[in-house]
Design a protein around this ligand. Structure first.
Ligand code: ATP
Length: 271
C-alpha cells in the first residue's frame, strides 16, 4: 500500500466514530488460545458482519464485548466507556445502549413474548406497567410479529418468530448498537431473506449500528457494509465485502470466491 492510500485511509478513519473499539484482546480457555492481540473497530451506523471458520471465536468475541466473558487481556471501549475496567455504574449505564439477540433467541421460556420484550424495560427503567406494555407491543409490531404473538410463550412460536421476538427484546431499550449472533441460522431461505430485509430496514430507520456474527453469505451481500474475518486468532482482514475476494488467504479465498459466494453475490446484485 502506498503512502497516499495509507494517508487517505487514516483520514477516513479519523472522520468516523468508533462505537466499539477492541484492542489487544486475548481470550483463552485453559490451554486453548482463542484470540491473541485482536483489534477491531466498529463504526457508528454500519452493519458489520463477523465471519470466520467454525471455532475461530466469533461468538466468544461478541460475548466478550457485551460482558458475558472475561478476557485474559486487552481493552474494550463501547461508546467511549471502558467496559472491562471502568466503574460499574458506567457499565450499567452503557448496557442500556445495546441489545443482544442470541442464536437460539435465549428467551425466558416461562414468560410470554410481551413479558420477554418488557423484561429489559423492567430491569433498566422505572416506567409504569401500562407504558411498558405499550412499548413492548410497539417493538413486537416493529419486528413484524402479529399482536397475537404477544401472549404466546416462546415454545408456541416457530423458529423464525422466536428470532424476531428476540430481536424485539434486543430493541426494547431503543439501543444504539445491536448484537446478533447468527440471526439467520436455521431459517429457510425465504425466512432468512425476510429477516435480512428487516434488519436492513431497522438499521436505516433507527440509525442502528449492527454487529452481526454470521455464516450466511446472502446476509453479508444483502446488508453488511463491512466484513471482519476472524482467522489466526485475530481479525485477519476487514473491509467492504468486494475487497474480500482479493485477499490472499486460503480460508478467505475459498469462502469469498467459492460457488456459494458467487451465487450470493449475484442475489445481492439482483435485489
Ligand atoms: N466457556 C467456554 N469454555 C471453554 N471453551 C470455550 C468456551 N466458550 C467457547 N469456547 C471455545 O472457544 C472456541 C471458539 O468458540 P466460538 O463459539 O466463539 O466459535 P465460533 O467462531 O462462534 O464458532 P461457530 O461458527 O461454530 O459457531 C471454541 O473452540 C469453543 O469450544
Amino acid at each position: 500500500m502506498d503512502g497516499t492510500v495509507q494517508q487517505q485511509m487514516a483520514q477516513a478513519d479519523a472522520q468516523r466514530e468508533a462505537v466499539i473499539r477492541v484492542r489487544g484482546l486475548r481470550n483463552q480457555f485453559g490451554q486453548q488460545v482463542v484470540h491473541d492481540d485482536l483489534d477491531l473497530d466498529v463504526w457508528r451506523g454500519e452493519v458489520l458482519g463477523i465471519v470466520g471458520g467454525s471455532g475461530t471465536g466469533k461468538s466468544v468475541l461478541l460475548r466478550t464485548i457485551v460482558g458475558l466473558n472475561t478476557p485474559a487481556a486487552g481493552s474494550i471501549e463501547v461508546l467511549g466507556v471502558d467496559v472491562l475496567n471502568g466503574p460499574e455504574e458506567d457499565r450499567r449505564r452503557i448496557e442500556r445502549h445495546w441489545g443482544v439477540a442470541f442464536q437460539d433467541g435465549a428467551l425466558f421460556s416461562s414468560l410470554t413474548v410481551l413479558q420477554n420484550v418488557m423484561a429489559p424495560l423492567r430491569e433498566h427503567t422505572g416506567i409504569s406497567e401500562k407504558l411498558m406494555e405499550a412499548l413492548g407491543a410497539l417493538k413486537i409490531s416493529l419486528v413484524g410479529l402479529p399482536q397475537l404473538s404477544c401472549g404466546k410463550f416462546p415454545s408456541e412460536l416457530s423458529g423464525g418468530m422466536r428470532k424476531r421476538a428476540a430481536l424485539a427484546r434486543a430493541l426494547s431499550l431503543d439501543p444504539e448498537i445491536v448484537f446478533l449472533d447468527e440471526p439467520t441460522a436455521g431459517l429457510d431461505p425465504i425466512g432468512a431473506a425476510a429477516y435480512d430485509e428487516l434488519i436492513g430496514e431497522l438499521q436505516q430507520a433507527l440509525g442502528l449500528t449492527v454487529f452481526m456474527v454470521t455464516h450466511d453469505l446472502d446476509s453479508l451481500y444483502a446488508i453488511c457494509d463491512r466484513v471482519a474475518v476472524l482467522a489466526e486468532k485475530r481479525v485477519l482482514v476487514e473491509g467492504p465485502i468486494e475487497d474480500m475476494t482479493k485477499v490472499d488467504h486460503p480460508w478467505v479465498k475459498e469462502y469469498f470466491t467459492g460457488p456459494r459466494a458467487r451465487a450470493a453475490q449475484q442475489k445481492g446484485q439482483d435485489r
